[in-house]
Design a protein around this ligand. Structure first.
Ligand SMILES: NC(=O)c1ccc[n+]([C@@H]2O[C@H](COP(=O)([O-])OP(=O)(O)OC[C@H]3O[C@@H](n4cnc5c(N)ncnc54)[C@H](O)[C@@H]3O)[C@@H](O)[C@H]2O)c1
Length: 268
């Protein structure tokens, strides 16, 4: 308990899924949590339940970041933790195919605007809010930022850029003498509403799809949002005070090897 006692934490995309679980865990661990999202009803409800605060914030809009930062500065003077969690795959938004051959430029840009521009803006404004006293920025990238994903080109590209930008921010802050750390988390196959367009609504078909996905994961199950929230808690807390510019993969072992690796096929 109280691993981040009295720290002020801003979480983007915090109304549901992984962001909501991070918000709940951080509140349990003593932080004052500011949930932000574009899903205002869900976000307000969660903020109320955890005795936090809700702010509307579309991460792709710089003006919204500026008013959010102004509000945080006047309410708290500073923040200690930023979790850049908001993200989209492009599958929920009806923006068309996401493969490299058929993805439209508009679709490509709209995914990058949220996943990459949103993280860039978050880091930029968090540095401003944290540089006097230090803090921790955690960027939620993806395992898709570490490998190619043929059916989700913009998503994979945006998450790869988030991985790299996290290291740049980490080194820049160290160079400037700011006590701000920046790290990335790379989840894979965590069961959240993000998967709904891929899994559908039919319960039997959904269960079959989940079982099929799980069968390709070394640990044999899809992850839960709490698996990622614990990683975020470690990187947000002072327990990781010597950790910056690193990446933490939370994927049940998916990236640990390759299914096409050499193995003995028969004894004859
Ligand atoms: N679930 C997984 O398997 C998985 C795997 C790898 C990475 N991730 C990453 O984890 C993060 C959270 O994903 P999730 O699975 O909880 O998804 P989710 O769809 O359940 O939640 C995403 C949240 O982001 C919010 N959001 C979307 N666009 C926004 C915008 N423009 N401004 C502010 N908020 C916005 C949504 O409203 C939602 O509350 C994302 O960055 C995602 O890419 C998830």
């Amino acid at each position: 308990m109280n691993r981040i006692n009295n720290k002020i934490a801003l979480i983007t995309g915090g109304a549901r899924g992984i962001g909501a679980e991070i918000a709940r865990l951080f509140a349990q661990q003593g932080a004052k949590v500011i949930v932000s999202d574009i899903l205002d009803i869900e976000g307000k409800k969660l903020a109320q339940a955890i005795n936090g605060q809700y702010l509307h914030l579309n991460v792709a809009e710089e003006k919204e970041w500026q008013s959010c930062v102004n509000k945080l500065r006047s309410d708290y003077g500073q923040i200690d933790i930023l979790i850049n969690n908001a993200g989209i795959t492009g599958f929920n938004e009806n923006i068309g195919p996401q493969d490299p051959e058929n993805c439209s430029l508009d679709a490509w840009r709209s995914v990058h605007q949220i996943n990459l521009d949103g993280v860039f803006l978050g880091c930029k404004y968090a540095i401003d809010l944290m540089k006097e006293h230090g803090g921790s920025i955690v960027n939620i990238s993806s395992r898709s930022g570490m490998v190619g994903i043929p059916g989700a080109a913009a998503y994979a590209s945006s998450k790869a850029a988030v991985r790299n930008h996290s290291k740049t921010v980490a080194l820049y802050c160290a160079e400037q003498g700011y006590k701000i750390r920046c790290n990335s988390i790379h989840p894979g196959a965590i069961l959240t509403p993000m998967w709904d367009p891929m899994l559908g609504n039919d319960e039997t078909a959904r269960a079959q799809s989940i079982a099929m996905i799980a069968s390709a994961i070394p640990l044999g199950v899809m992850g839960e949002p709490l698996d990622v929230a614990y990683a975020a808690l470690y990187l947000a807390s002072d327990e990781s005070k010597y950790v910056t510019g690193t990446e933490l993969t939370i994927d049940g072992g998916i990236l640990a090897g390759s299914s096409a690796g050499p193995k003995k096929i028969s004894n004859s």
